[in-house]
Design a protein around this ligand. Structure first.
Ligand code: TYD
Ligand code: MG
Length: 459
């Protein structure tokens, strides 16, 4: 008899190898490989003659996907306007970031709107969930609560039995779900994949939307949500800094809507509350008239967001000066520093450089280049950036400031928050009347400007 085949699977990226190793060759994670049975998946030889696939035209009169709206605007928008019936959503995030809190609120909001919403927890007891619901004043919502980890029981609930199938089911978390069909511990890649596959299939069949919670893990003991991202329709990540009360729900994949949309929440004593005006929140507590602070007018998804960028340039006592970045790409910082050095004669090679995006937001837009450079130059020269200014623009390697998209939306948001000036690339045609533009064609011009101001201050 053939021996049951053993595979070694990386719990972080899902790569399969035939032998154990201390470090995964595919994702470089340490100590993440564990042994799993192959789950009896044997290749089936296709010996039947195939039938031709029925081909059809691309156009058809399909109605737009209907949406189930929770009424929690920030959540609905990140989903692309609401949850699509029969779709599978994955909500990932670090443990303790607030995934259960958010989804309990979403389920309660749906149930209050007369939608059959089921919340299945594999991590908490009913008493714990009830206590939390009471604290968040959700106890009166007709949510149907269940505590279960066995996949077959969850599937039976999803099918609805004699009653109606639920419209939305939340599974908290997918890493606790296990199926007997597979000989592997709950939370392993094999279990996770098999459970997700079954749940996605059941969602399509019944029209019930399945929302799965996935913990992002660092130590590789349980598999992370990345290994099932490709199976689901929508992937949302809930991120934020533990030290801050802001939480950002970011859409990274959506088969039914735009991605890169964000929803901003604030963690309060009574659950998560929506932040309708994130710019005001991110700028709250900003100190004016200090050097090294610049306000970036950014775009997150479809929405303009103003955020403060802080830089600190300090003389270094180390042979290799420190570069520490929070909320931005460190490669991009290296590029801005190189341009400052090579094109503007501003050498920071002997200085430690710290960069921080205030409020725990993570920015990925190149449009933030100019704001970062301004904060750096401001810190280096000790000259504060004018408090009434917002900044945006991309820096090219030649030191020119390049135009960025949606400049009018950025300027409008700035005007709404009372800013009166903007440091921008050249060639902006449409702007609100309240904003005066300081067009910057070259980064060197900006550096000279700050150096002149520093001289006149000292002299
Ligand atoms: P939780 O939703 O349990 O996190 P996850 O499901 O992502 O692991 O959130 C846990 C954290 O949120 C916990 O540290 C306490 C905090 N919290 C509040 O501050 N206020 C609240 O009303 C609730 C319910 C939680
Ligand atoms: Mg939880």
């Amino acid at each position: 008899m053939a021996r049951a085949q053993q595979n070694f699977v990386c719990q972080s990226c899902g790569a399969v190898s035939s032998k154990w190793a201390g470090r995964c060759e595919s994702c470089s994670a340490w100590n993440s490989i564990s042994e799993e049975a192959s789950g009896g998946i044997a290749p089936v030889l296709e010996n039947r003659r195939g039938r031709r696939v029925k081909l059809m035209p691309l156009s058809g009169d399909e109605p737009d996907a209907p949406r189930i709206q929770s009424g929690i605007g920030e959540f609905d928008r990140v989903c692309g306007g609401g949850i699509v019936p029969g779709s599978a959503l994955l909500v990932g995030g670090d443990p303790g970031i607030g995934k259960s809190t958010l989804l309990l609120q979403v389920t309660a909001a749906l149930a209050r709107r007369g939608c059959r919403a089921v919340y299945i927890s594999g991590e908490e007891s009913p008493a714990q969930i009830r206590l939390r619901a009471r604290r968040m004043e959700l106890s009166d919502a007709p949510v149907e609560l269940g505590v279960e980890t066995r996949l077959s029981n969850i599937l039976a609930t999803l099918e609805g039995g004699a009653g109606k199938a639920p419209a939305v089911i939340v599974i908290d978390s997918i890493q606790t779900v296990m199926t007997d069909a597979i000989d592997a511990a709950p939370g392993t890649v094999t279990q996770l994949r098999a459970s997700t596959q079954e749940l996605v299939r059941a969602a399509k069949r019944t029209g019930c939307a399945v929302i799965m919670v996935g913990h992002v893990t660092k130590d590789g003991q349980i598999a992370g949500p990345r290994v099932i991202e490709h199976m689901v329709d929508t992937v949302l990540y809930f991120e934020g800094d533990r030290g801050h009360q802001f939480r950002i729900l970011r859409g990274v994949k959506n088969r039914f809507g735009p991605t890169d949309e964000i929803g901003v929440f604030e963690m309060t004593g009574a659950g998560l509350s929506q932040v309708e005006n994130p710019s005001a929140l991110f700028l709250a507590g900003r100190q004016e008239d200090v050097s090294g602070s610049a306000v970036f007018a950014g775009i997150e998804g479809t929405r303009p967001v103003l955020v403060e960028i802080q830089a600190l340039v300090a003389p270094s006592s180390l042979g290799t000066p420190r570069r520490a970045v929070v909320g931005w790409d460190s490669g991009r910082l290296a590029m801005v520093l190189a341009v400052l050095d090579a094109r503007c004669g501003l050498t920071l090679g002997a200085s430690d450089v710290y960069l921080n995006v205030a409020g725990g937001l993570r920015i990925s837009e190149p449009a933030a280049d100019l704001a970062v450079a301004t904060a750096l130059v401001s810190s280096f020269t000790g000259v504060p950036v004018r408090a009434s200014s917002v900044i945006f623009g991309e820096i090219s390697l030649s030191g020119e400031i390049r135009p960025v998209s949606q400049s009018e939306a950025r300027l409008k948001e700035a005007a709404k928050l009372g800013f009166t000036r903007a440091l921008t690339p050249t060639g902006i045609t449409a702007k609100p009347a309240a904003i005066n533009l300081d067009e910057v064609p070259l980064l060197a011009r900006l550096v000279e400007d700050f150096q002149d101001q520093a001289e006149s201050r000292n002299g």
